[in-house]
Design a protein. Structure first.
Lengths: 315, 265
């Protein structure tokens, strides 16, 4: 199709999508900035505890700039953000950005492993359900998927820990280091996503199997397996790829719980620890980073989708 | 499947309503001498780490889960439907404003914003509902906006406008009934989402505070006793999974039943 080579349309789509991201990013930053002002009473007092001396509270308030007018505080927050300066942790005294950056690889590793696990479970399950639609295989696979969506990961994690770590002793209960450490957290995090992707794969493949080109290939004498694998399956992957991109962001929030269960040293665990210590600068930093990563992943997904499917960018 | 879902949901509601009258123990009563006791005739689901009856606490937790779900869904659906219909019906700058707010809130994945809000507001049941509703309305607003945009063009809606009916009457009597089915489906699935979200927040220590029984806090309490008392972890988890599955089945079934464009199974 000639539109595939329509570069100006692709550039226009790219520019429009990038421009739409700017107000979203500004909005996200504004919300995260406002968070600290939602703390009931005095945030500085809340961070130091009720017993803190008034001088200490005043000093912290001034250090955080909370004694400045709101617009000035916002200006400082944004300019710091642009420079990559998210303030200092109240608990450790380290720069927030550096602390988060040091935890990022662990979270990324967990999220990628969970995505791989999800795909390894979902694609065969979804394909089997579509190919044997309406049969026992289909019903079992889809019931399994619905159960997978319904089981909370903070239950699945401990259950698998009881079985595989405590009873059977095959895998470590917590921590990070080897591939073995990665198994339980990634399966815990990936299970719900596997369920969503399995349903998606099934629906998408069923739609493709109804297309004329599949019937045509069968009419030309192609085997059913060939029609499914070489024709329908490849095309059915386009919407699945989009969901993979969109759901990757949701893995980041799932990671908050999974990291807490398995003491995985990532950004999610850092966030919960910081909330417990009322380390608000660190809380703001973690939330901001997770939200921005999510926005960026969605942006890339949209762009890839636009590149794969000309109808999107011409819409 | 929808019937199975409805049965699970109704049974849970019934258990939450009459359970506390049937079970002879107070969910907060502690028998420290018998802590972590395995299930027995006197305590069919055993005792927890403080010697409290697990069955009583599971039933009390059902109340919390259902109430949180109900409040969150009612608030989210109410706010979302109003803002979505205003945006869809009026269009223009007000639509632009509401849509941009929706875009920004949608930029936060899952319950991250709820975690952030509870982190600053402080952990409590009320704050959990506030936090979940303040992100929950977005989905309804987007859904209703889209439906209202479509409904606005229907001839009977245009006829009502042409006859000079006031805006509230046009939206309330003519437009909203056409979007109700979609909202009901979303609400059923939303109950499942709210129940998991409440349990997640409580599990993280950001939701319901002890000694109030919540399935999430029960799971958090059971974590330290995976080895010596796995029943503390297994049962509340089964309860959450069952109820969530019930609402998911119900939502899926309602969608098939209420959407004339979807093929019936």
């Amino acid at each position: 199709m000639p539109v595939v080579y329509d570069r100006p349309a692709m550039w226009r789509y790219l520019a429009r999508r990038l421009l739409l991201t700017i107000p979203v990013l500004v909005g996200v930053a504004t919300l995260v900035f406002l968070l600290i002002h939602l703390v009931p009473g005095d945030p500085a007092q809340s961070m130091l505890g009720e017993g803190a001396a008034p001088q200490e509270v005043a000093a912290l308030r001034s250090r955080l700039g909370l004694d400045q007018p709101l617009p000035v505080q916002f200006g400082r927050f944004i300019s710091g953000l642009v420079r990559g300066d998210l303030g200092t942790s109240l608990r450790t005294g380290e720069p927030v950005a550096a602390s988060i950056a040091s935890r990022m690889p662990a979270t990324a590793e967990l999220a990628i492993a969970a995505m791989v696990v999800a795909l390894l479970i979902a694609v065969p399950l979804g394909v089997a359900a579509a190919v044997w639609k309406g049969t026992f295989v289909d019903h079992s696979a889809m019931t399994l998927a619905l159960v997978g969506i319904s089981i909370p990961n903070f239950w699945l994690g401990p259950m698998m820990a009881i079985l595989f770590a405590i009873r059977l002793g095959w895998l470590p209960v917590s921590g990070r280091g080897t591939i073995a450490h990665l198994v339980l957290p990634s399966v815990t995090l990936g299970a719900a996503l596997a369920a969503i992707l399995a349903r998606m794969t099934r629906a998408s493949l069923l739609e493709e199997l109804r297309e004329l080109y599949v019937t045509a290939s069968r009419a030309r004498g192609a085997s059913r397996a060939r029609a499914v694998w070489c024709h329908a399956f490849r095309n059915s992957l386009v919407p699945v790829v989009t969901i993979v991109g969109l759901q990757f962001g949701s893995l980041l929030t799932g990671a908050i719980i999974t990291e807490t269960i398995f003491s995985w040293p990532g950004v999610g665990r850092l966030l919960i620890q910081s909330i417990n210590f009322r380390d608000y600068p660190m809380v703001q930093g973690c939330i901001l980073l997770i939200a921005i990563t999510y926005v960026m992943i969605n942006l890339v997904t949209d762009l890839v989708y636009g590149w794969l499917d000309p109808r999107i960018r011409l819409a | 499947m929808a019937r199975v879902g409805a049965v699970i949901v109704l049974m849970t509601i019934l258990a939450a309503l009459v359970g506390p009258w049937v079970v002879p123990y107070d969910p907060a009563d502690q028998v420290l001498a018998d802590r972590l006791a395995r299930p027995s005739m006197r305590h069919p689901l055993g005792l927890d780490e403080l010697g409290r009856d697990v069955l009583s606490r599971v039933l009390a937790g059902a109340r919390i889960s259902l109430l949180v779900g109900l409040f969150v869904v009612a608030a989210s659906a109410g706010i979302g439907t109003i803002l979505g219909s205003v945006a869809g019906y009026y269009g223009g700058w007000i639509d632009e404003l509401i849509s941009r707010i929706i875009d920004i809130l949608m930029a936060f994945p899952g319950i991250l914003l709820a975690i952030a809000l509870v982190a600053v507001l402080g952990p409590s049941l009320t704050n959990v509902v506030v936090a979940l509703a303040s992100i929950g309305w977005v989905g309804y607003a987007r859904l209703v906006r889209g439906q209202v945009l479509r409904a606005r063009e229907f001839e009977f809606v245009q006829a009502a406008r042409a006859l000079g009916a006031p805006v509230t009457r046009v939206i309330g009597l003519h437009v909203l009934p056409t979007v109700l089915a979609a909202v009901v489906v979303q609400a059923s699935l939303g109950m499942a989402g709210a129940i998991i979200a409440e349990a997640s927040l409580s599990f993280l220590g950001l939701g319901v505070q002890p000694p109030t029984a919540s399935w999430g806090t029960m799971l958090a309490g059971g974590r330290a006793h995976l080895l010596d008392a796995p029943h503390l972890t297994i049962l509340p988890g089964v309860a959450i999974a069952l109820l969530v599955l019930g609402f998911n089945f119900l939502g899926d079934g309602l969608r098939d039943a209420l959407d004339p464009q979807r093929p019936h199974h």
